[in-house]
Design a protein around this ligand. Structure first.
Ligand SMILES: NCc1[nH]cc(CCC(=O)O)c1CC(=O)O
Length: 310
């Protein structure tokens, strides 16, 4: 039997698929280079590069083709950056495995300054993430944020070409690619709360695929799973559409999860944050509660402004 791993074709996605392959081989005597195949797929999100993700319709953008192949049995498992995954999966699919989370922080990337604060007045920052845009404008209302998409390498190239003065990338992605660059300045999470599930790799299977489920069980990192489940439950309450700037980060101490969350307007002029603790028995309940608290805190006027496209 050959195990087929589906993935997107970016260098980061490939590195993540290779990591899962190596872990499977290490965990199972019957698996080797000879019976695990990495199947590279192109998704709509990879092909449309000239528009912000929030405009093309975030949900399923990077996953549709891969998920169809899981359901048809053309592949057995799919490896994803969990932060790119919708909170509700199509029927018949499941996330069954979470690898230990990498560095969760964003990095500020610039040759001109080590922090956003030190950038010259009116600087131009490239980012397609509404969250990073909102967090940036909240700290520096004078800068402009321009849409800036593409894979990690192409974004670094645009920085080199001087298209922008700075950009952001997740430290996890840079680490997985082995990129060590003097322009990379990790930002403390307290100053710039990361995206929900940032730094976590998750593995999706068709629910009926018992073989895949059992094969992946030894790869699961329980603490990561509990934290990202709480984060994603919060995200689900606040917005499934990717049009709301949302940040969330959970940590675990003993049997308690501490979950921090934030919602903001894209222009950075309004932002609401809160922190809540709850037991590891029910990460979803914690996420739901914090999501509801943030929704009440922000109030109907906030969501009306969001809907109006402020
Ligand atoms: N949205 C693209 C994406 N999805 C996952 C990562 C980085 C790795 C991770 O967070 O797991 C990135 C690039 C980035 O935001 O810098």
């Amino acid at each position: 039997m050959t195990v087929r791993i589906g993935t997107r074709g970016s260098l980061l996605a490939l590195a993540q698929a290779e990591e899962v392959k190596a872990r499977l081989i290490a965990a199972h005597d019957h698996l080797s280079e000879n019976n695990i195949e990495i199947v590279v797929m192109s998704t709509r999100g990879d092909r449309v590069l000239d528009r912000p993700l929030s405009e093309i319709g975030g949900k399923g953008l990077f996953t549709e083709e891969i998920e169809a192949s899981l359901l048809s049995g053309d592949i057995d498992i799919a490896v994803h950056s969990l932060k790119d995954m919708a909170t509700v999966l199509p029927d018949g699919l499941e996330l069954v495995c979470y690898l230990e989370r990498e560095d969760v922080r964003d990095a500020f990337i610039s040759a001109k300054a080590a922090t956003l604060k030190e950038l010259p007045k009116g600087a131009v920052i490239g980012s397609a993430s509404l969250r990073r845009q909102a967090q940036t404008l909240a700290l520096r209302p004078d800068v402009s944020v321009v849409t800036f998409r593409g894979n990690v390498q192409s974004r670094l190239r645009k920085l080199e070409e001087g298209v922008v003065d700075a950009t952001y990338l997740a430290v996890a992605g840079l680490n997985r690619l082995g990129l060590d660059d003097p322009r990379v300045h990790p930002i403390p999470v307290d100053n710039f709360l990361p995206a929900v599930a940032q730094g976590a790799i998750s593995i999706e299977i068709a629910s009926h695929n018992q073989t895949a489920r059992e094969m992946l069980a030894p790869l699961n990192h329980r603490n990561t799973e509990l934290c990202v489940r709480a984060e994603r439950a919060m995200l689900k309450i606040l917005d499934g559409s990717c049009r709301t700037p949302i940040a969330g980060y959970a940590t675990l101490t003993g049997d308690q999860i501490t979950l921090r969350g934030q919602v903001a307007l894209p222009d950075g002029k309004e932002s609401y944050s809160n922190t809540l603790q709850g037991p590891t028995q029910d990460p979803e309940a914690l996420g739901h509660r914090l999501g509801q608290i943030l929704r009440d805190q922000a109030g109907p006027a906030f969501f009306a402004k969001l809907a109006a496209g402020v």
